[in-house]
Ligand binder design. Structure first.
Ligand SMILES: Cc1cc2nc3c(=O)[nH]c(=O)nc-3n(C[C@H](O)[C@H](O)[C@H](O)COP(=O)(O)OP(=O)(O)OC[C@H]3O[C@@H](n4cnc5c(N)ncnc54)[C@H](O)[C@@H]3O)c2cc1C
Length: 413
């Protein structure tokens, strides 16, 4: 069999899984190169616990090379150009050619795209940001906190709501709850709109039951750091004491330049196979644009949420399809759209939303009663994700599979 080279761009959730799964499935005649610009990988769901002081940065980070299986070549550098015709990627440390390319470059944060936002807002959307916000919250004696979703789409549709509930819990634990007035602003009409109105109203109730004021349909236009005021399109402005933002997201420039992206900058893919318009190139995770059946606003299709659970499942499908193609077999693995989310509510409790996001005529998502087991499931997943290959990873996987079976929920591993 002729030796093949598979290049994976981006060593985050999707990229790590696809590279490791390919290494497991292919003989060492085939090369797998993973291109990642950062030396460190941090587990994003734990940024919320970093913000509350329940984790330290070193507990939720690993060197990328620790998470990569033996036999995957790690190229530490930035992808700067993709030449589809020549099957070549230019990086900051040289060029690489490929037989198959997997684009897993995620979404970038663009706080600079809204005037005043970058210099005024804290965020729990990065590891450094969450650590800084933790100090700001520790020093906050009382006043108005505004949590603002500054643009659509954004990663993890539940995270702003979880963040708000965890901040309430934090001040409750410190005996300062009555000194803090918390407001959540979002361009969405309801929380997690892809999951439909029933689930959206249930999450809105969870938030409002904790005394958080929910402000839907608010499109942030600017922040005035001098007066500490946020302005919205066609709505009243709001004066804050502490501003926490989910910054606008955009796709990496290299993807927009490659001719793979749509007008919004995201890469359209086949919903079952994750194939792009180029037959040698797949795209997975946050960089993709995957329309959902039946969830249309006028002219704007809602997309599959940007979430690690989907990046992970898509990575397994793509690795298996590429391995089948190399072996000359019909590629049978497809992405089902099954997904779940543990929704942290504070007091070590979480809700659990799960279902079929690609179901027709529209996604079928159910929210289970909040409880401690969903929170423990999230902690267990964190431990599994950060365990390095060859350590206790297999026992953690077994524990999670047993837990998922007992709770009758999917185990996407
Ligand atoms: C606060 C927070 C909480 C979250 N909670 C959850 C949760 O509970 N459940 C869930 O499912 N999801 C959650 N997510 C979302 C989840 O983290 C992302 O959806 C997931 O990481 C997407 O995986 P990806 O592989 O597409 O992108 P990423 O994991 O972002 O990986 C992209 C990688 O590409 C690299 N890269 C980018 N550009 C270049 C370049 N030019 N050259 C080389 N490398 C490059 C980046 O450094 C990065 O490592 C959360 C996110 C946040 C911020």
């Amino acid at each position: 069999m002729q030796s093949k080279t598979i290049v994976v761009l981006g060593g985050g959730v999707g990229g790590l899984i696809v590279a490791n799964e390919l290494r497991r499935r292919l003989s060492h005649d085939h090369r797998i190169t993973l291109v990642e610009k950062n030396a460190q990988h941090a587990f994003a769901p734990s940024f919320l616990w970093l913000m509350t002081g329940d984790r330290r940065p070193e507990q939720i980070s690993r060197e990328v090379r620790q998470l990569v299986h033996k036999g995957v070549e790690l190229l530490h550098g930035e992808a700067r150009g993709i030449d589809l015709a020549a099957h070549r990627v230019e990086t900051s440390t040289g060029s690489v050619t490929y037989d198959f390319l997997v684009v897993a470059l995620g979404a970038e944060l663009a706080p600079d795209s809204i005037p005043g936002l970058a210099e005024s807002a804290q965020t729990f959307y990065t590891c450094d940001g969450a650590a800084k916000l933790r100090t700001a919250l520790q020093n906050f004696g009382g006043g108005k906190i505004a949590i603002v979703v500054a643009g659509l789409p954004f990663k993890c549709p539940a995270a702003p709501y979880e963040g708000a509930m965890l901040i309430v819990d934090l001040f409750q634990r410190r005996g300062l709850r009555d000194k803090v007035d918390l407001h959540l602003f979002t361009p969405e009409s309801l929380p997690m709109p892809v999951a439909g109105p029933e689930l959206g109203n249930a999450v809105k109730k969870m938030v409002e039951d904790r005394g958080i004021t929910f402000h839907p349909l608010q499109k942030l236009t600017e922040v005035n750091p001098a007066t500490r005021t946020i302005s919205f399109e066609g709505k009243e402005s709001f004066a804050y004491d502490l501003l926490v933002a989910v910054p606008p997201h955009r796709s990496p420039q290299v993807v927009r330049d490659a001719g793979l992206a749509n007008q919004g900058g995201w890469v359209p893919v086949d919903s079952a196979t994750l194939a792009t318009k180029d037959e040698s190139v797949y795209a997975i995770g946050d960089i993709t644009a995957l329309p959902l059946p039946g969830r249309w606003k006028p002219d704007v299709p809602l997309m599959l949420p940007k979430a690690g659970v989907f990046a992970h499942a898509q990575a397994l499908v793509v690795a298996r399809r590429i391995a089948d193609r190399i072996a000359g077999q019909a590629a049978g693995h497809t992405f089902s759209g099954e997904g779940y989310c543990m929704l942290e509510a504070g007091e070590h409790l979480a809700g659990f939303a799960s279902g079929q996001f690609l179901a027709k005529p529209s996604p079928q998502i159910k929210l289970r009663q909040i409880g401690r087991s969903w929170h423990l499931g999230k902690v267990l997943f964190e431990k599994w994700w950060l365990a390095t290959p060859g350590t206790k990873k297999d026992s953690l996987r077994l524990l999670m599979e047993l837990g998922a079976k007992a709770l009758r929920v999917p185990a996407v591993l």
